[in-house]
Design a protein around this ligand. Structure first.
Ligand code: SF4
Length: 306
């Protein structure tokens, strides 16, 4: 099966003890895969004492009161990694990489929840859209990939990312008409007419909904949502964020065949990052941690759009 990834993918290298916002302190329940668990038991690591079976039935690492992983050392390194000569469970070894499986290819990327990945994508390397999937044997997915590529080219060329975000929404709405009338072959007739972004009142209502109706990992996240202030970030950061969101979430319309709503969701996350009371890149990391890594939260926030 072919695999695609944006060309910043290979730039990542974990900051380990020097990480300013370690994933080991994010408060995530990290499932330990069976093979790693058996390995830890076999080499005599105290894994049973330091893990438990969570509500989903997975064995996960214990967390301390400050939400850090029980194996995180004072120096910011993983004690389990040190004790076993470098053996990490599957999820820890992959993070911050993510993989999206489609019918005839896999797409990989880096999560913006990691500060090193976020810096590479938003501020250093930027987002290149060339090395991503553009074709599929599946008719609807092929339509999505073709139009994702067009949308990303438009965002890249547009000098003002807020205007590109409005055009993305209009594009999604017009494409949706083709989907509804089964006229996928007419995609090239659809241009980039801007649609109205979310108003300040709509964004405030969305923030209140997220604060009250989703599972909140970090109490600071709820405070940020309820306070709400604008920290827009630079045009380059905003453009790279919009490109990233389009890359990651546009093809997810495959599940619902609702491109208009999927573009609405992208616009919502884009505007959310600019409406929180912390620096733009910090807001982006929070959004990725709280919504991007939690399937239930993703569903709830996507449900705001309908
Ligand atoms: S957040 Fe990223 S850089 Fe920091 S410890 Fe985790 S993987 Fe490494």
């Amino acid at each position: 099966m072919t695999a695609f990834c944006p060309d910043y993918y290979s730039e990542f290298s974990c900051a380990m003890g020097g990480c300013p916002e370690s994933c080991c302190k994010a408060g995530w329940e990290i499932p330990i895969d069976r093979e790693s668990y058996e390995f830890y038991k076999a080499v005599g690591v105290d894994i049973d004492e330091n893990s438990y079976i969570c509500e989903d039935g997975d064995r996960v690492f214990r967390l301390r009161d400050d939400r850090s992983c029980v194996y995180l050392s004072d120096g910011g390194l993983c004690e389990l990694y040190i004790k076993t000569g470098g053996r990490q469970c599957e999820i820890c070894a992959k993070y911050p990489r993510f993989f999206e499986e489609y019918p005839d290819f896999t797409e990989a990327g880096l999560s913006l929840s990691c500060p090193v990945a976020e810096k590479i994508i938003l501020r250093e390397k930027g987002f290149s859209y060339e090395n991503i999937a553009k074709k599929s044997e599946d008719r609807f997915l092929d339509f999505l990939l073709y139009n994702r590529f067009r949308a990303m080219k438009m965002i890249f060329a547009e000098t003002e990312p807020d205007s590109a975000a409005s055009k993305l929404l209009g594009f999604g709405e017009d494409l949706q008409e083709l989907v509804d009338y089964d006229e996928l072959g007419r995609a090239d007739e659809v241009g980039f007419e801007p649609a109205e972004p979310f108003s300040a009142d709509e964004m405030a209502a969305a923030r209140r909904f997220i604060a009250k109706k989703t599972e909140v990992l970090d109490p600071k996240w709820r405070e940020l949502l309820l306070e709400g202030h604008a920290h827009a970030g630079s045009a380059d950061e905003r453009r790279n964020y919009l490109l990233y969101l389009t890359f990651r979430y546009f093809p997810k319309a495959l599940d619902t065949e609702d491109i208009a709503a999927q573009c609405g969701f992208i616009l919502l996350l884009y505007q959310l990052a600019g409406s929180l009371s912390r620096d733009f890149e910090g807001a982006v990391r929070h959004i990725a941690k709280e919504i991007g890594h939690n399937a239930e939260n993703y569903k709830a926030v996507r449900g705001i759009i309908g």
